[in-house]
Write a protein that binds this ligand. Structure first.
Ligand SMILES: [Zn+2]
Length: 698
C-alpha cells in the first residue's frame, strides 16, 4: 500500500544539514529531521540515526507498523478534535463524539490526541506518508484555532485541552476529585506538537507547542515549591522530559527552568540514593519521571538525575520485570523480586514497557559499551510491545494488560473502562496511545552512530541511509526465525562496525565477505570490526539460538521458556499452573518458530509469545527435568533468589495494597486494579461505564 523503499534526501533536508554544519554540529545525528533541534544533547556518546534515514522491510516489525499505519490513515481527525473544539467553545463541525477515555465526560479526555500527532509525524518521517502529514497538519491548525479562542472560552493565553482550565485550579487547591490527571494530558499534547514541529516542520505545531509550554510556565511559576510538590502528587506524565526536549528544540533555556519544577522529590530522592521504594507505586506514573531525569541530565549535567534514571532502570529490569520484559500488576509495582506470586490477568501494562524502552535508549546512548541495555530492549520489544498488538485486526488494536495467568487469553482492557482489545473510537486508553507510537517507530533503535562507529543494536530486515557518511546498509534477515543476518554495504569509508552480541547466545560468529572477521565475538558485548569498507562488502552475523529457562526471581521452580530472543507460549489452556517436562522441548520447523513439548504429560504446541493472541495459553510453568541435550547451561535468571519467605511477604503486601485507600483525586495515581475496594471512590459521580473501576467497588 505504500513504499517500503527509502526516499532520497529532500532539498529541505539538505539545506538543514548545511545550516547545522555552519552551526558546528558536525556530529548531530538528527540533521535529517525537517526541523532539527537547536541544541545538541550533552553527555551523550552514541546517537540514534534519525528515523527518516531508516526504513523497515518485511518482517513482524514491518507487519505491526502496517496495521497501525492503516488505523492512523483511517481515523477521523474531526472526531479527535471534538473535545478540544467543544472545550474551547468552537463548532465541532458535526463530528461524532468519541467514547472511552476521549468521551466528553471522561476526566482526562484529550490525552490521546498527542499520541496520534507523534505517530503521524513518525510515519511521515520514515515513510514520507503524505496522508499522515495531512492528518497531523489538520489537527495542529485546529489546535491553534482553539488557542486563539481562549479569550472567548474564558481560558488563559496558550491553554489547550479538552477539559476546563479550572481543573488545574482545583488540583492546585487540593480539591480535584474526579480522577483527572491534568498535566498527564498536557504532556501528551506538548510531545505530539513537538514531534510534528520536528519531523514535519509544521509552523502551527511550533506555535501551539510554544504557546502551551508558555502557559505551563506561567501556571507553575506562581506556585511555591511546596505547592508545586503537592501538585506533583497527581500523575503528570513526562512533563520534565518534554519541557527539556522543548529546550533542546528551541535553544531557549527558560524551558529548563520550567522543566525543573517537575522534579518530584518524594519519589525521586530515594532513587538517587538507590533505595527501591517502588512497591505499591503506580508504575506508569513514575517511569516518565525517570525519563525526564535522564533527559535533564543531558541538558544540565546534573549527575543526581542520571543516578535516578540508572538506579530505577536497574531495579525495574532486574527485580520488577516478568520474562516478557513487562512490569507491574494492576498497574502497580510490587515488592522487589515478587514475580511468581503476581502472575495475574492484569500484569504488564503496555505503557510501562513503551516508556522503559525510551529510558533504555537514553541510558545506552550515555554508555554504549553496555550491551545489557539492548538485550533488555530486544527482549521487551519482541515479547511485550510487539505481542500486545492483535495481528488479526487490520487496525492493529492493542491490549492494555498482557496477562500472564495460567490459561491467559490475550486482550484485556483497563480496570477503568474494561473491554478486551482497543477499538477505533470507543477506548482511547493510554496504552492505545503508546501503541500507535510504538508501532510506528520500530526503526528508531536499529542503527546508531558516533564519530567513528556504526552500531547495529537490533536485527531486522531494513535499509539504512547513513547520509552523514554517504553509506547505505541493507540488512537482510528473517530474524528471529533465522539466527543469521547479513549486512550489505553500499558506499565506502573507514569506520568501526559494532554489532551487539546478545548475552543469550553462544558460539556466535561473524564473517566479512565470507571470511572470519577475526574479532572477538563474545556474548554480552559488542563485536567491533574496524576497516575501510567498500561497496558490496557483506557482514554475515550468526547468533545461535537454543532453549533456556527464565525463572521467577522469587521461585526457582517456576519459569518461562525462551528460544533465543523470544519467550515461548504454550497453546494449552490449563487454568492452574501446569508442569512442563523440559527434556521434551523440540523445535519442529526450520522455517518458522514452532515447537513442541510435554505440558502436564500431553504433547503441546509452543509458539513465540508474540504469536499467542488467539488462544488460551500458558507461559509460566512449574519446571521439571532438564533442557534437551545441547541446551544445558543456558538457564537465565535475574536474581535467582528462591525464597518461600519472599513469596509470602509479597502476597501479604499485595493484599494490603489492593484493599488500601487513596483519595478519588489520586485514584489513578495511587490505586488501580481489579478487586480494589476503597470506599471513597465507589461513590464518585464521574462513574460512566458499566464495568469500570468504580462499579467494581460496589
Ligand atoms: Zn497505558
Amino acid at each position: 500500500m505504500y513504499s517500503q523503499t527509502s526516499h532520497p534526501t529532500s532539498l529541505a533536508q539538505t539545506l538543514k544539514v548545511g545550516l547545522l554544519l555552519t552551526a558546528g554540529f558536525l556530529l548531530a545525528p538528527v540533521s535529517a529531521q525537517v526541523s532539527p533541534p537547536s541544541k545538541a544533547e550533552g553527555y551523550t556518546t552514541a546517537f540514534p540515526i534519525d528515523i527518516s534515514q531508516v526504513t523497515l522491510n518485511s518482517g513482524r516489525l514491518w507487519d505491526n507498523q502496517a496495521r497501525t499505519l492503516s488505523y492512523l490513515k483511517f481515523v477521523d481527525v474531526n472526531r479527535l478534535l471534538y473535545v478540544f473544539r467543544n472545550n474551547h467553545k468552537l463548532s465541532t463541525n458535526g463530528a461524532t463524539k468519541n467514547g472511552g477515555w476521549d468521551d466528553p465526560g471522561f476526566p482526562f479526555r484529550s490525552h490521546v490526541q498527542g499520541h496520534f500527532l507523534t505517530a503521524w509525524a513518525q510515519c511521515y518521517a520514515t515513510l514520507k506518508d503524505t496522508t499522515c502529514r495531512s492528518q497531523a497538519q489538520a489537527m495542529t491548525a485546529a489546535m491553534v484555532q482553539c488557542q486563539n479562542n481562549n479569550g472567548a472560552a474564558g481560558f488563559s493565553s496558550g491553554y489547550l485541552s479538552g477539559f476546563p482550565e479550572s481543573e488545574f485550579t482545583a488540583m492546585e487547591g487540593g480539591t480535584l476529585s474526579n480522577g483527572n490527571v491534568p498535566y498527564y494530558a498536557i504532556h501528551k499534547t506538548l510531545a505530539g506538537l513537538l514531534d510534528v514541529w520536528r519531523n514535519i516542520g509544521d509552523s502551527n505545531a511550533r506555535t501551539a507547542c510554544l504557546a502551551l509550554a508558555g502557559w505551563v510556565d506561567t501556571r507553575t511559576a506562581r506556585l511555591s515549591s511546596s505547592q508545586m510538590q503537592s501538585v506533583l502528587n497527581t500523575e503528570f506524565g513526562g512533563m520534565m522530559e518534554v519541557l527539556t526536549d522543548i529546550y533542546f528544540q528551541s535553544g531557549d533555556s527558560k524551558w529548563l527552568t520550567t522543566a525543573g519544577r517537575f522534579y518530584h522529590a518524594a519519589v525521586e530522592d530515594p532513587l538517587a540514593n538507590n533505595q527501591d521504594n517502588l512497591n505499591g507505586q503506580h508504575a506508569n506514573t513514575n517511569i516518565p519521571k525517570w525519563l525526564g531525569a535522564v533527559r535533564n541530565y543531558k541538558a544540565t549535567g546534573n549527575t543526581k538525575y542520571l543516578s535516578i534514571a540508572k538506579n530505577a532502570w536497574n531495579m525495574v529490569v532486574n527485580t520488577h520485570s516478568y520474562a516478557i520484559g513487562g512490569n507491574s500488576q494492576a498497574e502497580h509495582f510490587r515488592p522487589a523480586n515478587a514475580i511468581a506470586g503476581y502472575l495475574s490477568t492484569d500484569t504488564c501494562e503496555h505503557c510501562n514497557s513503551y516508556n522503559m524502552l525510551k529510558l533504555t535508549r537514553q541510558l545506552w546512548s550515555i554508555e554504549p559499551t553496555n550491551s545489557a541495555y539492548f538485550d533488555f530492549y530486544e527482549r521487551t520489544l519482541y515479547n511485550h510491545i510487539v505481542a500486545a498488538q492483535n495481528p488479526s485486526d487490520s487496525h492493529g488494536h492493542i491490549t492494555y494488560f498482557t496477562s500472564l495467568n495460567p490459561g491467559a487469553k490475550r486482550g484485556l482492557g483497563p480496570a477503568w473502562g474494561g473491554g478486551t482489545w482497543s477499538t477505533d473510537y470507543n477506548s482511547f486508553w493510554c496504552c492505545q496511545g503508546t501503541g500507535v507510537e510504538a508501532n510506528t517507530k520500530h526503526m528508531d533503535s536499529v542503527y546508531w552512530s558516533d564519530s567513528s562507529s556504526l552500531y547495529v543494536n537490533l536485527f531486522t530486515s531494513s535499509v539504512l541511509n547513513w547520509s552523514a557518511r554517504n553509506i547505505q546498509v541493507t540488512q537482510t534477515t528473517t530474524y528471529p526465525i533465522s539466527d543469521t543476518t547479513t549486512l550489505t554495504i553500499s558506499g565506502s569509508g573507514s569506520f568501526a562496525l559494532k554489532i551487539r552480541i546478545p548475552a543469550w547466545t553462544s558460539g556466535a560468529s561473524i564473517l566479512v565477505n565470507g571470511n572470519s572477521a577475526g574479532v572477538s565475538v563474545n556474548p554480552g558485548s559488542y563485536a567491533t570490526i574496524s576497516r575501510t569498507w567498500a561497496s558490496g562488502d557483506t557482514v554475515k552475523v550468526t547468533l545461535p539460538m537454543k532453549f533456556r529457562t527464565v525463572v521467577a526471581n522469587d521461585n526457582g521452580q517456576i519459569g518461562a521458556i525462551a528460544y533465543g530472543p523470544v519467550v515461548l507460549t504454550a497453546n494449552n489452556g490449563a487454568t492452574t499452573r501446569p508442569t512442563i517436562d523440559l527434556s521434551s522441548l523440540l523445535r519442529t520447523s526450520t522455517t518458522s518458530l514452532t515447537f513442541s513439548g510435554k505440558v502436564n504429560g500431553a504433547t503441546t504446541t509452543f509458539v513465540p509469545f508474540y504469536e499467542g493472541q488467539s488462544f488460551a495459553a500458558n507461559t509460566y510453568f512449574t519446571l521439571s527435568g532438564t533442557l534437551p541435550s545441547g541446551n544445558t547451561g543456558s538457564t537465565t535468571t535475574t536474581a535467582a533468589t528462591t525464597s518461600r519467605a519472599a513469596t509470602t511477604a509479597a502476597t501479604t503486601s499485595r493484599a494490603a495494597t489492593t484493599t488500601g485507600g487513596g483519595s478519588c483525586a489520586a485514584l489513578y495515581g495511587q490505586c488501580g486494579g481489579i478487586g480494589w475496594t476503597g470506599p471513597t471512590c465507589c461513590t464518585s459521580s464521574t462513574c460512566k461505564f458499566s464495568n469500570d473501576y468504580y462499579s467494581q467497588c460496589l
